[in-house]
Design a protein around this ligand. Structure first.
Ligand code: NOJ
Length: 535
């Protein structure tokens, strides 16, 4: 059977907006919905297809919105429900899609569900969360650790039990084994889908169900001191339980209740084989289980080549791939691999087979910004101060222009801006054909124009210790050859048994564009080429 991959979430490019940091419209130093709306023309100009917003719901902001106190409201910091409706409308008017962040694994400890649950042992919502008696010696029920440091159990003095929180103690985990919880969250999905949102990015999907017996996690033999304390264990009983797939399937059913191609993306940090299971039996799970390999692989041609091939090989028959270079929890790509390689990385992201997700600001080469110790806001940074794990550096305000606060706010920005914003910003890069922004825009446009690059097959061509080369081909359309030098040193591309001739369409050194190349190419360090092959 030939599968046709023509849904918008297969052919399109997704752009992640971290609302606090994108655009402030009211001078309080925090980005908001009206601000995002004012930048939609930019996103359309850039060529992206869908905007994913990190959480915008009412929240005490213990984890910057990933601690939700009301799943069907809008935090006043970000605006009102009218603002949201207007934003959704404006996104759709431009032919784009809007995705929300759904956080079903945990609520805020201020959510009415939890307030009820913790009020007494016999409250009807008691079992909506994971409560457990202490061990006979008074100790925690098991050895599970919190991702953000310390134990994952919090003692509740009033009701004399512990509750489980995979993240902060302000983020109690819901009990997804309780059908009432399932029903309530599926209704939350319906609420937004009815409004017309085009889908969800589902937070920590692999955490949603835990071992029924709450067995102890084993020790991680590879733990090293610099790692987060959470990595002292292998979370085999606290995450990725077989029953999670029933939950995902139910969520997918809800997506199917609605017209149009709504999409469900799963945030899942797991090895490939386990990740693939989240596509579900008969592809009735997540449409796109996030593929985070590019976030953590060593940045070398051989490792990338192997990982891409393994991923391609492991995908289920109807499963559509996707790629991510950075997000609000990770280092920015330009800081991780350097400014020059970030151009090569952009080329890789936008020419691989699979839906690319761009993290706001990466398209202008924003780097992690050093945040002085006394300005750190991220709880992950504050809770493990000796490990340098704060995520603030990759969440700094978008750099729009060289004006006050880079055009982000007229007030005091909630997080300091990059000291380089006067030269690294959207406005200056729009005018510069050699900029990162121009490269992104050109790659996105080419990808959209060329069926081979949008949905064509992926064929590995060559890799060694410097070069990664692959082809994308779709019958009846021109084929493309990508040749990427993953190092700073020059090299030759002259693969044995592979003869080619073509025209360079996009190059990390734009001087090369339009040149004809064949059989042997000498590449500068950090050079990447997208070549339209002649038949
Ligand atoms: C994953 C989110 O991306 C991250 O920012 C958050 O802290 C955790 N989930 C907890 O919700």
């Amino acid at each position: 059977m030939v599968t046709i991959f023509d849904k918008w979430w297969q052919t399109g490019v997704i752009y992640q907006v971290y609302p606090r940091s994108f655009q402030d419209s009211n001078g309080d130093g925090i980005g908001d919905l009206r601000g995002i709306m004012s930048r939609l023309d930019y996103l359309q100009w850039l060529g992206i297809d869908a905007v994913w917003l990190s959480p915008i719901y009412p929240s005490p902001m213990a984890d910057f919105g990933y601690d939700i106190a009301d799943y069907t409201g809008i935090h006043p910091l970000f605006g009102s429900m009218q603002d949201f409706d207007a934003l959704l409308d404006e996104v759709h008017k431009r032919g784009m899609k809007l995705l929300l962040d759904l956080v079903p694994n945990h609520t805020s400890d201020q959510h009415p569900w939890f307030l009820e649950s913790r009020s007494s042992r016999d409250n009807p919502k008691r079992d909506w969360y994971i409560w457990h008696d202490p061990l006979p010696d008074g100790g925690v029920p098991n050895n599970w650790l919190s991702v953000f440091g310390g134990e994952a159990w919090e003692w509740d003095a009033t009701t004399q039990q512990y509750y489980y929180h995979a993240f902060l103690k302000e983020q109690p985990d819901l009990n997804w084994r309780n059908p009432a919880v399932v029903a309530a969250m599926l209704d939350v999905m319906r609420y937004w889908l009815k409004k017309g949102v085009d889908g969800f990015r589902v937070d920590v999907m692999w955490h949603m169900i835990k071992d029924q017996q709450l067995r102890n996690n084993p020790v991680n033999p590879d733990y090293a001191q610099h790692m987060p304390t959470y990595s002292q264990q292998l979370p085999v009983y606290s995450t990725d339980q077989p029953e999670v797939h029933d939950v995902v399937r139910k969520m997918r059913h809800v997506m199917e209740e609605f017209e149009g191609d709504r999409v469900m993306i799963g945030e899942i940090y797991l090895p490939i084989q386990q990740l693939m299971a989240y596509y579900g039996i008969d592809n009735k799970g997540a449409h796109l289980p996030f593929n985070f390999q590019l976030l953590s692989l060593p940045w070398d041609a051989a490792s990338l080549a192997v990982a891409i091939d393994q991923y391609e090989g492991a995908l289920p028959a109807q499963g559509w791939p996707n790629w991510v270079l950075s997000n609000h929890d990770q280092h920015r790509i330009a800081s991780r691999v350097g400014q020059q390689q970030a151009r090569v990385a952009a080329m890789l992201l936008l020419t691989l087979r699979g839906t690319p997700t761009i993290y706001y600001g990466d398209e202008i080469g924003m780097r992690n910004v050093a945040i002085p110790f006394d300005e750190v806001q991220d709880p992950q940074g504050l809770n493990m101060p000796d490990k340098n794990l704060s995520r603030d550096p990759s969440r700094t305000p978008m750099q729009w222009d060289k004006g006050v606060n880079a055009g982000f706010t007229a007030g005091k920005p909630w997080l300091r801006l990059s000291k380089t914003y006067q030269r690294v910003n959207v406005s200056s890069q729009m005018a510069d054909p050699y900029s990162m922004l121009s490269l992104y825009r050109q790659l996105i446009a080419l990808r959209r124009r060329e069926p081979s690059l949008t949905t064509g097959d992926y064929t590995p061509v060559f890799s060694d210790n410097q070069i990664l080369a692959f082809m994308r081909q779709q019958e009846g359309h021109p084929s493309f050859l990508m040749v990427l030098n993953l190092t700073h040193l020059p090299c030759y591309f002259r693969p044995a048994n592979f003869s080619f001739r073509g025209r360079i369409e996009v190059a990390t050194f734009p001087e090369m564009e339009g040149s004809i190349v064949s059989d042997t190419i000498s590449l500068d360090g950090d050079e990447g080429l997208v070549i339209r092959l002649e038949r």
